[in-house]
Design a protein around this ligand. Structure first.
Ligand code: ZN
Length: 187
C-alpha cells in the first residue's frame, strides 16, 4: 500500500524517532509499504517519520543509481532498523540533495564521505558496516530523518533564510507533486 508522504511543516519530521523491538506489530507489512511508497515517489531512500511513524526505520535503494553513475559504483538495497552511526569520516563533500518531504527544492549539502553504521535488518540480524559515496550520502540523509533533522537544517543560515517562503508554501500543502502527500493540519 502506498502511504502519503509527510510534508515539511509536520512536527513528526522534527522529532527524534523511537527504537522498535522485533515484535513490532506488522513490521514486514510496514516495510513493504515503505518500499512501495518510496518507488511510487521515485525516491532512493525513505525514513519512517516521512510516512507518519516516529520509529527508527529507513529504507535505501541506490541500486537505481548504478546506471547513472560511474560503473565502479555499487548500489545497495537495504532496510535499516534501530541504526546508530558510529563514525563519519573523511573530508566533507557537497552534493545536491532533495527530499520527498520537501518537494522541488534541491540544495548542495556537505557531508563526510565515509560512514560506519550499526543496524538490524528486517529479521533483526545485527550488522556493523562501512559505506561510502552515494550510499553513505543517502544513509546519512535518512539517518538524519530519524534524528529529526532535515537537509535544509544543514544549509548555511542565509541560504536557509532564502528558502523560507518556499518552505512555508510546502507546509501549507501548496506543492506540485505526482505522489500522495499529507499536509499537517495541526492537532
Ligand atoms: Zn529526506
Amino acid at each position: 500500500m502506498i502511504l502519503p508522504v509527510t510534508l515539511y511543516g509536520d512536527p513528526i519530521l522534527k522529532k527524534q524517532a523511537e527504537e522498535i523491538t522485533s515484535n513490532f506489530p506488522d513490521l514486514s507489512t510496514f516495510i513493504k509499504n515503505m518500499w512501495q511508497t518510496m518507488y511510487a515517489a521515485s525516491g532512493v531512500g525513505l525514513a519512517a517519520p516521512q510516512v507518519g511513524m516516529s520509529i527508527r526505520v529507513f529504507v535505501v535503494d541506490t541500486v537505481q543509481l548504478e546506471e547513472k553513475r560511474k560503473n565502479t559504483f555499487k548500489g545497495i538495497k537495504k532496510v535499516f532498523i534501530n541504526p546508530t552511526i558510529l563514525a563519519q569520516t573523511g573530508e566533507e563533500w557537497k552534493y545536491e540533495e532533495g527530499c520527498l518531504s520537501i518537494p522541488n527544492i534541491r540544495e548542495d549539502v556537505f557531508r563526510e564521505p565515509l560512514v560506519k553504521i550499526h543496524y538490524f535488518d528486517e529479521q533483526f540480524n545485527e550488522f556493523t558496516e562501512d559505506y561510502d559515496d552515494i550510499n553513505a550520502r543517502v544513509i546519512q540523509h535518512e539517518y538524519d530523518h530519524i534524528e529529526g533533522i532535515l537537509f535544509t537544517d544543514k544549509l548555511k543560515p542565509l541560504k536557509k533564510k532564502l528558502l523560507i517562503p518556499k518552505l512555508n508554501k510546502i507546509a501549507r500543502g501548496e506543492v506540485d507533486v505526482d505522489y500522495r502527500v499529507k499536509v499537517y493540519k495541526g492537532k
